[in-house]
Design a protein around this ligand. Structure first.
Ligand code: NAD
Length: 440
């Protein structure tokens, strides 16, 4: 069976490689020529641990190929995955232009029956819009061809994407067609026979499962962050609170880490998108809207943590460690570090920064602040001469830093540990004016 994957970003590329690894023949398409050129040379354009080796292996075994030619992919594939971006439009709703562009191309080029699988995160109703778009194109071409639409949302976590796709917690298949359902069982045969839980449902439910899951996780993070703000005021310790809460099986310890607020390419945009879907359907989603508001406040609170504890930061040098929205990724979309850096610069600070993977992406995203930002070669160079260090992302190498050396290199000794990674080190409070999140 040949599979076409359209859109070779964080989701499409990983999905394509994993399907090839499952033994299927995969053709990956992207309209970004440079990306395809790199992929054909065995270069992965994103940082995702474990992906490059698996990709190169499958290229060598001739199970995966990369092209900008969508027509070729449509003609050759039985199953076509849509994995293009759905960025937020101005009102927060998901911008479907790329998804519909692909649907249009499928309708334009298909010559036999297809199963069209939507992997992008899309508002409820998009599956039917995709169907309508393909059908309209077929009508224009006066072609009578059979096709099915499936919603198969993705739940991978960047940084752990390969493992998440090899061993997903569950696979969601939303379709009204029995034939398409059987086809999807074949696509995911390796998982299906391996007792991975499958949920078969209608398209609307599948589409909503994705938003409901992401919104729930965002609410959980905002909740613990709000508890952290209160804990600081009343002298409680959020890490102990979170640990004890997590020991309750009904709550679970995951996503209960207080920090600078959620970021990344999914939670911020998906919470806003589902809130918009709520409004359009006359059902205000109060809990989700509160989580969005709380997240904005949390990032502001992190800036205030620095300014209130240091006093005037005009002209001070602040080292920011970690830029990507979480460790083990280069993804800077909606990363809290961006807002925190902008806030510190607006208060007069100069920034020195280091991130193992996020610096290239940060440079263009922070272009207008470039006079106030110096990018360093490593974490020790970044803290050299700094009045304060702010740890924004918990890369392992920041956990393992030599704190004595760090203090010696710094000019003053403020340490703002926004991920609470050094709180348990008995030395930290004697070496630094140490500020964590949600504890004294
Ligand atoms: P991305 O921006 O990394 O990748 C999208 C790719 O699609 C880009 O390479 C782009 O060039 C390509 N593209 C756009 N229009 C195209 C077209 N007409 N033809 C061919 N290629 C085209 O996005 P992503 O992070 O992979 O996300 C894709 C979707 O998956 C989004 O809806 C997102 O919400 C969802 N999702 C993302 C994640 C994640 O962690 N990144 C997880 C789950 C779901």
């Amino acid at each position: 069976m040949k599979i076409g994957v359209i859109g070779t970003g964080y989701v499409g590329l990983v999905q394509g490689v994993i399907l090839a690894q499952f033994g299927l023949n995969v053709i990956c398409v992207d309209n970004n020529e440079e990306k395809i050129k790199n992929l054909n040379n065995g270069i992965v354009p994103i940082y995702e641990p474990g992906l490059e080796d698996l990709m190169v292996k499958n290229i060598q075994e001739k199970r995966i190929e990369f092209t900008t030619d969508i027509k070729k992919a449509v003609l050759e594939s039985e199953v076509l995955f849509i994995a293009v971006g759905t960025p937020p439009a101005d009102d927060g709703s998901a911008d479907l232009r790329y998804v519909l562009e692909v649907a249009n191309s499928i309708g334009e080029y298909m010559e036999d029956s297809k199963v069209v699988v939507n992997k992008s995160t899309v508002p409820v109703g998009t599956g039917h819009l995709v169907r309508e778009t393909i059908q309209n194109k077929l009508n224009q071409r006066e072609k009578k061809l059979d096709f099915d639409v499936v919603s198969n949302p993705e739940f991978l976590r960047e940084g752990k994407a390969v493992n998440d796709c090899l061993r997903p917690d569950r696979v969601i298949i939303g379709t009204e067609s029995k034939k398409a359902e059987e086809m999807m069982k074949k696509v995911y045969n390796v998982l299906y026979i391996n007792e991975t839980p499958f949920v078969f449902t209608n398209i609307e439910t599948a589409e909503m499962i994705k938003y409901a899951s992401n919104a729930f996780l965002a609410v959980k993070i905002s909740f613990i962050n709000e508890m952290a703000l209160l804990a600081e005021k009343v002298g409680a310790d959020i890490q102990k609170i979170a640990k004890a809460m997590g020991q309750d099986g009904r709550i679970s310890p995951k996503f209960l880490h207080a920090g600078p607020g959620y970021g990344g390419s999914c939670f911020p945009k998906d919470t806003k998108a589902i809130a918009e879907i709520g409004k359009k359907n006359n059902e205000e989603l109060l809990v989700i809207e509160a989580a969005i508001k709380a997240n904005k406040k949390q990032k502001q609170k992190m800036i205030e943590k620095v300014t209130t504890n240091m006093g005037n930061i005009e002209g001070k040098v602040i080292a920011v460690l970690g830029l990507s929205f979480k460790p083990e990724t280069d993804d800077m979309r909606d990363a809290p570090a961006l807002d925190i850096i902008k806030g510190l610069i607006k208060n007069g600070a100069k920034i020195k920064t280091y991130c193992p993977q996020g610096m290239k992406e940060s440079k263009w995203r922070l272009e207008e602040y470039k006079e106030s930002i110096e990018y360093s070669e490593n974490e020790y160079k970044a803290v050299t001469g700094a009045d304060a260090t702010v740890i924004v992302t918990e890369w392992n190498q920041f956990r393992g830093m030599n704190l004595r050396k760090m203090k010696e290199l710094m000019k003053d000794n403020y340490l703002f540990d926004l991920r609470n990674i050094h709180g348990k080190n008995p030395e930290v409070r004697s070496l630094f004016k140490y500020y964590a999140v949600g504890r004294k």
